[in-house]
Design a protein around this ligand. Structure first.
Ligand SMILES: [Zn+2]
Length: 304
């Protein structure tokens, strides 16, 4: 229900998203097959055998490297049994979990996804995960269709516990989801990830004091005071201002997670968890991680 509302909200408030949605995802895998079918020409005609070109050699090498990586992951999976050794459980510390997310996002941004590229072990993976889960990270992010955290961090099923709400504003049920993951599943990091050109942030900015229709007012409530907290100097473009608002909102919502959850705060103080705000860039695919929120953060800044 929540997800449906969030999606509806995005549809209502982010009309520019419709145009962007027509853009093909950056996937060399998809591009190469699309080009291949285009070249095949007439209906029913098979691609003629021809000598491999330099680019095709590079593609073959890339696929070979992927197969090797997948073979390694298959072996890794075969050694696991039970929840204690479930996929993701090897990230044993907040630092290790964050490093894994950074590495995965590096692969995604470079167009070299491995863990999510080949569907190397779907059946074996599902069988392992049916016994339990140990997602090493919780990702709190926007419902925007251009954000898929498994792709963005190149992590297959079982490794990320996801909460998605328009504007990445965690409500009480979101906090319950986060608490379940960090308390019962052992997640080591909570990343609160906003994104450039967020329709929810834009709607709150543009509506000013006028209440948004339907349940969309709840976005204004969750971001109450955000616009006033970010100075907009004369001459600064709206795009730059939006970017500052998105970053400020990610930090603010990360503080909400820490200050509204005693469970999260306790684990952070014990060094077993960290809460990290981040901003995702739609075009480059890169996630910019911001400094972790500490429990010393002034509670007065989270207007909840
Ligand atoms: Zn958004």
């Amino acid at each position: 229900m929540k997800t449906a509302l969030s999606l509806l909200a995005l549809l209502l408030i982010a009309p520019q998203g419709a145009a962007l949605a027509n853009e093909e995802p950056q996937s060399s895998y998809r591009e190469s097959s699309a080009k291949g079918s285009h070249r095949a020409g007439k209906e029913g005609e098979k691609k003629p055998a021809r000598p491999a070109k330099a680019g095709e050699g590079k593609e073959a090498a890339r696929l070979k490297a992927l197969e090797q990586e997948n073979s390694r992951l298959r072996q890794e999976l075969a050694q696991k049994s039970g929840v204690a050794a479930a996929p993701g459980a090897e990230a044993a510390s907040p630092e290790g979990a964050l490093a894994e997310l950074k590495a995965g996002n590096g692969r995604f941004a470079a167009g070299t996804r491995t863990r999510t590229q080949m569907g190397y072990n779907d059946i074996a993976l599902r069988q392992t995960l049916a016994k339990g889960q140990a997602p090493f990270a919780v990702i709190v992010t926007c419902s925007d269709s251009r954000l898929g955290d498994n792709f963005i961090f190149d992590q297959e099923l079982g490794r990320l516990f996801t909460v998605r709400e328009a504007g990445n504003c965690p409500d009480t049920q979101s906090l319950a989801s986060i608490e379940y993951a960090v308390e019962h599943l052992g997640s080591k990091v909570v990343v609160v990830m906003g994104h450039e050109s967020c329709g929810a942030v834009k709607a709150v900015l543009e509506s000013g004091p006028t209440p948004l229709p339907g349940n969309l007012w709840s976005l204004q409530s969750a971001m109450c005071g955000l616009v006033d907290s970010v100075h907009h100097p004369a001459g600064e473009s709206m795009a730059v201002h939006m970017s500052h608002l998105v970053e400020a909102n990610a930090v603010r919502q990360a503080k909400v997670v820490l200050t509204r959850s005693g469970i999260v705060e306790h684990l952070c103080k014990a060094g077993k968890l960290s809460v990290v705000p981040a901003v995702y860039d739609l075009a480059s695919g890169q996630v910019r991680f911001l400094p972790a929120i500490t429990s010393e953060a002034p509670k007065s800044e989270a207007h909840h």
